[in-house]
Design a protein around this ligand. Sequence first.
Ligand code: SF4
Ligand code: SF4
Length: 419
Amino acid sequence: MASRPAVALVECDDYAPEHVEAALRRAVDLLGGLGRYVRPGMRVALKPNLLRAMPPEAATTTHPSVVRAVVRLVQECGATAVIADSPGGPFTPALLRRLYEKTGMRQVAEETGAELNYDTAVARVPNPEGGLLRLVEVIAAVAGADVVINLPKLKTHNLTRLTVATKNLFGVIPGVTKLGYHAKLQDALAFSQGLIDILRCVRPVLSIVDGIVAMDGNGPSGGDPFDGRVLLAGADAVAVDVVAMALVGWEPLTMPAIKVAVEWGLATGRVEDIELLGDPLEGLRFAGFRPGSATTVDPGLLPHGLQRLLLPLIEAHAVDGRRAGSGEVAAESLDVGTVPAGIRRWATRQLVVAPQAGARCTGCGYCAEHCPVAAIVVNGRRAHMDPKRCIRCYCCHELCPQLAVELHRPWLGRLFFGQ
Ligand code: SF4
Ligand code: SF4
C-alpha cells in the first residue's frame, strides 16, 4: 500500500448554493486543490447518484447544489464537465431527459453550461487487474472521459450496508446490463468483489460525497432523509467509504466492499490509517442513524441455545467475524462467503429479508421486467416475488416507482435477529 490516503470532512448545514460552494472549495483545497486532478482542456465525467427520477428533497439522488458547485470548480480549471449516470432501468435518451428534469440536473446544466450526457453507447473496457470482472461494460460517457469525479449520496443500502463511493460506481454499468451483473454476482460478497473491480476499472480521481442530507432506514430509495450536514472528499474511494462507515458509527469492515479491498491488499479498512483533514470526525458523527432492515443485526438478542446452534455457521461465513474483543458477530454476512451453494441458499431463504409487494403496488410490472433472475410475476394487479428464486439483490425495492416493495424478514430470521 502506498502513502496514507487523505479524506477531507467539511461541515455544511444546508444546500444553500453559497454554503455548498464554500464547503466544497474548503474540502478540495484541503486535498491540494482540484488542479491536482483536472487539467485545462480535459473532459471530466461527473458521476452523481441518479438512482431514479426523484426530486432532490427525497434524498435519493445527489443534490443539484453539490453537482453545481463541482461543475463550477471543474470549469475554473479550464475543463469541460459532463454529467453522466445510468440509473436503474432502461438507458435511453427519453428516460435520461426525465431523470435530469426531476433530479435538478437540467437546471444545473442550464445555469453552468455543463453537458448532460445523452449518449447511450457502451464501451467494453478490459480490466486486467479484475478479480472477477476482467471486462467491464461501462457507459461511453464515463469510459471516454479524461477523468471521472465520483459524486455519491450517502445512503443505507440493503445489500452493501451503505452506498457511498464504491457502490455509486455501479451506476456506470449501462441500464439493464446491471441485471446480468446482479445475476452473476449473487451475494453481498461477490457483488462487492464486482464493485471493487469496477472501481479499479473506472479509477475516479476524486469521490465527493453528498452527506448534507443523507438517507437512513430502508435506503437507497425507500429510507428517510437524515440530517448529516457533511461533505466528504478523497481520492481513494475505499478510504472515503471507511470514513463514511465511521461517521454513521458502524465497523468499517462490516461493509463487504471494504472487506474485499482489505483482502485484496488495497486498504487496511482502519480509520486510524487515513489522514483525516478538515472538521473533526467526532463532532460530525451521525447520532441515531438507522440501518436498513437487512442489516439490523443484534446477535446479543439470540437465545443462548440458539446462539450455540447457529454461531458455527455464522462464524464460518462472517464478513468480519468478530468485532475487537467483544465476540460480537456481524451476522449480515450470513448470506455471503464460500459456503456450499445449497446451504447458502437455505440460510438466505430462512434468515435474510425478502421483498414483497405491498398495498401500494399497482401491478405495473416494472419490477418483473428488471428482476435479474425472473423471480417476479404480476397477477391480480399485484407483483409476487418468489422467495426461492429471489437472490436478494433488492433491485425491485430500489426501482419500484410506487415505493411499494416492502422488505420482510422470515420468521426464523426474526427469531434470531429481531424485526
Ligand atoms: S411492486 Fe412496484 S414495480 Fe412491481 S408491479 Fe408493483 S408497483 Fe409495479
Ligand atoms: S425479486 Fe427483487 S430482490 Fe429478488 S432477485 Fe428479483 S429484483 Fe432482486
